[in-house]
Design a binder for this molecule. Structure first.
Ligand code: OFO
Length: 164
């Protein structure tokens, strides 16, 4: 039997994942607006991934016979800047998501809820990848700079990203 406390924190996490989707979508729209189509593609794909993360949590609550509560999704308050600045903020955001996932694991541990622990493991591993992805882009932007030629090449590469 899954506790109310765990259901509540997972419902919060559904909201965070969909908010992440909104955040990436807003960034994607901005990149598109300024002509960085590869960056726009990469962040749009990330938005789709975040929606999938939210849906996975949604299904978990249903599978455990819990009550799904869909909370209001806030408008992303995100000041756009240079690609490096944007990716720094993305990295900070992903770290905050990792902390939230760790809280789910902590609650599950406290309650010896093995089912939730095993389920949330996937998210813990996923967050390693999400933080790494943001960091790698930051490192490349810092290494090669943000002049037009470098941005063009990084943009081309990000445009080839595929989730499969
Ligand atoms: Fe980018 O985070 Fe989902 O889990």
């Amino acid at each position: 039997m899954i506790s109310e406390r765990i259901i509540n924190i997972i419902n919060e996490q559904i909201n965070r994942e969909f908010y992440s989707g909104y955040l990436y979508l807003s960034i994607s729209a901005y990149f598109r607006e300024i002509g960085l189509f590869g960056f726009a593609h990469r962040t749009r794909e990330q938005a789709a991934e975040e929606m999938e993360h939210g849906m996975k949590l949604f299904s978990f609550i249903i599978d455990r016979d819990g009550k799904v509560e869909l909370k209001q999704i806030s408008t992303p308050k995100f000041e756009m800047g240079s690609p490096t600045e944007i990716y720094q903020k993305i990295y900070e955001h992903e770290k905050s998501i990792t902390n939230a996932i760790m809280d789910v694991a902590k609650y599950a541990e406290e309650e010896c809820d093995r089912t939730t622990l095993s389920f949330i493991d996937w998210y813990i591993n996923e967050q390693v990848e999400e933080e790494r992805n943001a960091l790698e882009i930051i490192k490349r932007l810092k290494m090669f700079g943000e002049d037009k030629a470098s941005l063009f090449l990084i943009d081309e590469e990000l445009g080839k990203y595929s989730r499969s």
